[in-house]
Design a protein around this ligand. Structure first.
Ligand SMILES: Cc1cc2nc3c(=O)[nH]c(=O)nc-3n(C[C@H](O)[C@H](O)[C@H](O)COP(=O)(O)O)c2cc1C
Length: 389
């Protein structure tokens, strides 16, 4: 009897622990900005404060890549890392910040979304919460600007979080404020001060509202995905992991010479790929010169790894669940002799392997600088995987 009670207690406790573990999973929020003079960045930091005030929330602030590398941007903003369009799908919620430019979003933000066709057609952002905040000058057209941003997010199927009457209880009515019911906004003041305390307060509330929505949606979707008799030792379905993370596996590139895309020997798959995307090399050129930025080289590396996974999928007869582990990745980078940051570039591939295959994606790795690579690709990856029979 004693044993039965003890077993029941242990069972109850372990279910409780599993529930706590499932619920305490962090909500990952991205704050993605363009900011030339730092106004949008100041609002972004208040959005972040609000978001992290909500339990279990982790925030990353990134900027969109600059479309004009010669443009002088605020030093603190320049230090932020640039996001890639593909990574958006990996977050549970996104706050987008842009300066108001002619009652619209800035050209840099617009150009970033111009690259979003693959994640749009893959419906990678569908159902994810998003919110918009903007820094303005005079404030002219700021509400229209936020709503124009909403159009793009609606086409991506995102759930838009507006601010409504948030922040009105603490609104200082003695000074003009940029606050809108659509999202936080700041207006410039003649003495150069700003954003105001009321504007920052609204930004904090907006950040918190986004984190709350993201947490709720994440919990709901993980509850739906959890079978009634959940067994934590069961490996997740890789095809679902890929889909949920919004990773778009392209068609496997076809060989252009007297070779095959992969060889399987003794349960090992051997694959080599370059940065082909839709039949063309993505961001060709030598890293360390003005031909290609580090962010572009990372995007090319990510694309190359996607191609590796596309070929691997073919080798597994279409089922990535057959992958037992990633054994080794070797990254060759087309660089100047002085270049030393190969490891940082290669992380774009390694991170993707781990994102897709979890523990099984962890691998041994080498990175090498090359004097040139085929078709002027910035990167080539050699990969070895072990698969089931
Ligand atoms: C090309 C351009 C167009 C602009 N259009 C507007 C506008 O329509 N309304 C407005 O209030 N401010 C406008 N501004 C001012 C910016 O919105 C303002 O300087 C903002 O604070 C910049 O944000 P940042 O500090 O994050 O770069 C414009 C600025 C530029 C450079």
């Amino acid at each position: 009897m004693k044993n039965i009670i003890l077993t029941c207690l242990l069972l109850l406790l372990s279910t409780g622990v599993q529930k706590v573990q499932a619920q305490s999973k962090e909500t990952n929020i991205l704050i993605l900005i363009h900011s030339q003079n730092g106004g949008t960045y100041t609002l972004a930091k208040a959005i972040s404060e609000g978001a992290v005030s909500y339990p279990d929330t982790k925030v990353t602030i990134k900027r969109v890549p600059s479309i004009n590398p010669k443009e002088k941007i605020n030093a603190a903003v320049a230090k932020l890392s640039a996001a890639t369009i593909e990574e958006l799908a990996g977050y549970d919620g996104i706050a987008f910040g842009s300066p108001v430019h002619f009652a619209n979003i800035s050209a840099d933000m617009s150009s970033f979304f111009g690259q979003s066709i693959p994640i749009w057609t893959a419906r990678s952002l569908e159902g994810k919460p998003a919110t918009v905040f903007m820094a303005a000058g005079s404030g002219a057209g700021r509400e229209a600007a936020i709503q124009s941003f909403w159009n793009t997010l609606a086409v991506h199927g995102m759930i838009i979080i507006p601010t409504g009457l948030m922040g009105t209880d603490k609104l200082d009515k003695t000074t003009p404020q940029g606050n809108t019911p659509f999202g936080a906004a700041s207006i410039a003041h003649a003495d150069g001060s700003g954003p105001t305390a009321s504007e920052l307060n609204l930004a904090r509330e907006q950040g918190k509202a986004l984190a709350k929505a993201a947490k709720g949606l994440k919990t709901q979707s993980s509850n739906q995905n959890t079978p009634a008799t959940s067994d934590k030792t069961i490996s997740p379905d890789i095809n679902t992991v890929v889909k949920d993370a919004g990773i778009v596996i392209p068609p496997a590139p076809k060989p252009v010479g007297n070779y095959v895309p992969f060889v399987i020997s003794d349960h090992k798959v051997y694959i080599n790929q370059v940065a082909l995307q839709d039949g063309k090399i993505l961001y060709p050129g030598k890293v360390g010169t003005t031909a290609i930025t580090e962010e572009q080289a990372k995007a090319a590396t990510y694309q190359t790894m996607l191609n590796v996974i596309a070929v691997l999928k073919e080798a597994c007869g279409g089922d990535l669940n057959k992958v037992k582990r990633c054994i080794q990745l070797t990254g060759y980078f087309n660089t100047t002799p002085e270049y030393t940051q190969h490891a940082g570039l290669m992380n774009a591939a390694s991170d993707l392997a781990v994102k897709v295959f979890g523990e099984k994606g962890k691998h041994a790795r080498a990175t090498i600088g090359a004097v040139s690579l085929p078709v002027n690709s910035a990167v080539e990856i050699q990969a070895i995987f072990e698969i089931e029979e």
